[in-house]
Design a protein around this ligand. Structure first.
Ligand code: HEC
Length: 266
């Protein structure tokens, strides 16, 4: 059959309509790509409950970071037991953990100021609570890896501390596993500094604003030890036992930071 009269007209119009519809679809996809992005402006914490005088900002943030680092080491020292598939109840309770953690914290617990005391009490509570919260997980029998390790304890402890104080802690790293450790702008700058060649490995910090609140931000480098290399070591890109790509680092390399922001009063 021959084409219908005015066939060209009939075919051209639908084609250009189709083109427009296509363009509109592309535009709406672009708009939709913004759905799920972070809201602009502002920042998550707005009520800072426990504040310290400016002069105590650095020491307080340092205290929290050191206590988290030491708690991490207590967990680290028990990882063999905690990942033993043959054991059920491991007796790694909040009380057990607390006794070991507190023993390592003696220097930090001396000479606390009246403003630091409630913060440290809440931190100790948070650290113990996060172990208690994980009992079901830790005591599973017949499973080695239980998705519990020092970084998770420090993250969950930091969340609980934040709940009761407003203090913000994070563990940004070269390649974060947990989304809560996504660095903010200052964390990222601190990471670049702490992972650059020639960095001496010493903690550092600065005053900054978090929303409308002045805070002291402190960064404690987290170096890798031998057993950490199973996941964060070489060869870079090879999958670790959890399926993440390894980071290609060596013993002693800084993988991340314990980042602590303490609100100050003036
Ligand atoms: C079994 C693999 C594995 C080993 C071994 C391991 N990590 Fe990780 N690391 C992870 C996972 C998974 C997370 C995320 C934990 C979470 O927040 O739930 C993580 C998180 C971290 C973070 C926080 C940033 C992030 O990536 O979310 C730091 C810092 C870190 N690890 C350092 C270490 C250090 C130091 C060691 C040795 C003491 C170590 N890791 C051993 C898997 C591992």
């Amino acid at each position: 059959m021959r084409s219908q009269p005015h066939g060209e007209d009939h075919t051209m119009r639908p084609m250009s309509r189709g083109l427009l519809a296509g363009l509109a679809a592309v535009a709406s996809v672009t708009v939709q790509a913004e759905i799920g992005d972070a809201a602009r402006g502002g920042q998550p914490e707005s009520l800072f409950i426990d504040k310290v005088p400016t002069a105590q900002g650095q020491a307080t943030a340092e205290l929290i970071a050191k206590a988290l680092a030491k708690g991490r080491l207590v967990i680290f020292g028990h990882m063999g037991k905690l990942t033993d598939p043959k054991l059920g109840d491991k007796g790694f309770t909040g009380d057990y953990f607390m006794a070991h953690w507190k023993a390592t914290l003696e220097p930090e617990l001396m000479g606390l100021t009246p403003e630091q005391k409630p913060i440290l009490e809440k931190l100790l509570w948070a650290g113990k609570q996060s172990i208690d919260n994980n009992q079901d997980r830790l005591n599973v029998k017949g499973v080695g890896w239980k998705n519990f390790l020092p970084a998770k304890w420090a993250r969950e402890t930091g969340d609980l501390l934040n709940t009761r104080t407003g203090i913000v802690t994070r563990q940004p790293s070269r390649a974060y596993r947990h989304p809560a450790n996504r660095p903010d702008e200052l964390d990222r700058k601190a990471l670049v500094r702490a992972t650059s060649a020639g960095f001496g490995g010493r903690p550092f910090g600065e005053f900054a604003m978090m929303g409308k609140q002045k805070v002291y931000r402190y960064y404690e480098p987290v170096p890798l030890m031998k057993p950490c290399l199973a996941c964060h070591g070489e060869p870079k890109g090879e999958r670790d036992i959890l399926g993440y790509e390894k980071d290609g680092l060596k013993e002693g390399d800084v993988f991340g930071l314990i980042s602590v922001a303490v609100p100050v009063t003036d």
